[in-house]
Design a protein around this ligand. Structure first.
Ligand code: ATP
Ligand code: MG
Length: 339
């Protein structure tokens, strides 16, 4: 609006100047009309000067608010005014500040996640390492009374060192997944065969804990296009958890079902399960429920985070449902491959 007003005034100014020049050229005698034109010219120039002053004041206001935003105060917003061009600029700047605000909130969140991950990782590395050092020192100082005791210390050292290596391998694998450095070799696979193959390595441990196995895997081919190693790893992580955390339920179920577009592998147990508050968090990195934090339970809390990343890389979904002591099911899907 203001801009239109000033354009109108400038055109009027030009018209007046042109009239005065023409009057001069045709040698018109000085008269009232000439006086009126000069007065108008004077007034218009005054108005234009005033408008320019107003415009500069508004611009200075915008710069002040912008500087506030630059210095990190993303709560600031510029007020729109009656100049429609300035209003558009203000609207865009406000949008930009809002985006920056969102970005800052996200950065703060991921920074907090990074810090807690780091502190979990250092805790998980320091704890077994401290105990390894303790046992090595004890052996060095000949604290162990008998040969039997020495062998016991060595067995503990070996167990702790192995779980430490496993943790470091998992952290390394997760980092590679993050950096997108895990090459996937997609090929046409029979999901049913992969599921059966994965089960075999668990048969001894199922026998050891006297866990009944309930399998429902179709005989016919269930074709998918996926990376074989990813699938084996996902299934191993989920079955491992079912045996580890659900063995008191004494049953392990594996089912391969299909929908119109995908195959779904469900692994269930009848163990203590996962409470509602923890359900949404089990796929987070380093997340372990309070009971699982017990050092005897081992786990690094990365197994499901890795499984989730691998499922998603293979264009699938992963989920969990749990009714404690009734049924806890981890399921994941992979799209069908139609030849
Ligand atoms: P690891 O990296 O060695 O697998 P982890 O088993 O602790 O360590 P995840 O596999 O990611 O880590 O599992 C995260 C947590 O989810 C577990 O610590 C456990 O508390 C819970 N959880 C997973 N599966 C089950 C299950 N079948 N029943 C009960 N709790 C489970
Ligand atoms: Mg696990």
């Amino acid at each position: 609006m203001n801009r239109d007003k000033s354009t109108f005034l400038i055109i009027l100014q030009l018209l007046i100047i042109t009239s005065l020049v023409i009057m001069d050229l045709v040698n018109q005698p000085q008269g009232i009309f000439r006086g009126v034109l000069f007065t108008m010219l004077f007034v218009i120039t005054g108005i234009l000067l005033f408008m320019r002053f107003q415009f500069i004041t508004k611009l200075k206001g915008i710069v002040v608010e912008l500087k506030r935003a630059i210095h990190g105060n993303f709560n600031t917003r510029l007020l729109a005014n009656d100049d429609h061009i300035l209003a558009e600029v203000i609207f865009s700047i406000n949008e930009l500040i809002e985006q920056l605000d969102k970005f800052q909130v996200q950065t703060i969140k991921s920074e907090a996640v990074r810090k807690s991950l780091l502190s979990n990782i250092s805790h998980d590395i320091r704890t077994p390492l401290t105990s390894i050092i303790g046992y090595v020192d004890a052996l060095k100082d000949d604290i162990a009374a008998s040969e039997e005791e020495k062998q016991e210390y060595l067995a503990i050292i070996s167990k702790k060192a192995n779980s430490l290596k496993q943790l470091i391998d998992e952290i390394f694998h997760m980092a590679k997944l993050d950096a997108d450095e895990v090459p996937l070799k997609e090929e046409s696979l029979d999901f049913a065969e992969i599921a059966r193959e994965s089960l075999i390595e668990f048969l001894p441990v199922l026998k050891k804990y006297d866990i009944e196995l309930k399998v429902r895997i179709p005989e016919e081919n269930c074709l998918i296009m996926a990376d074989r190693l990813s699938l084996l790893r996902i299934i191993r992580n989920i079955i491992n958890n079912a045996v580890h955390y659900g063995r008191e339920g004494k049953v392990l179920g594996i089912e391969l079902t299909e929908t119109a577009r995908e195959y779904q592998l469900l692994v269930w147990d009848r163990g203590p399960g996962i409470s509602k508050v923890n359900l949404s968090r089990v796929f987070e990195r380093m997340y372990r429920s309070d009971q699982s934090r017990n050092p005897l339970n081992g786990g690094s809390g990365l197994g499901l985070a890795i499984a989730k990343a691998l499922v998603e890389k293979n264009r699938g979904r992963i989920w969990v449902e749990s009714i404690p002591w009734e049924k806890t099911t981890f399921g994941f899907s992979i799209p069908k491959h139609n030849e």
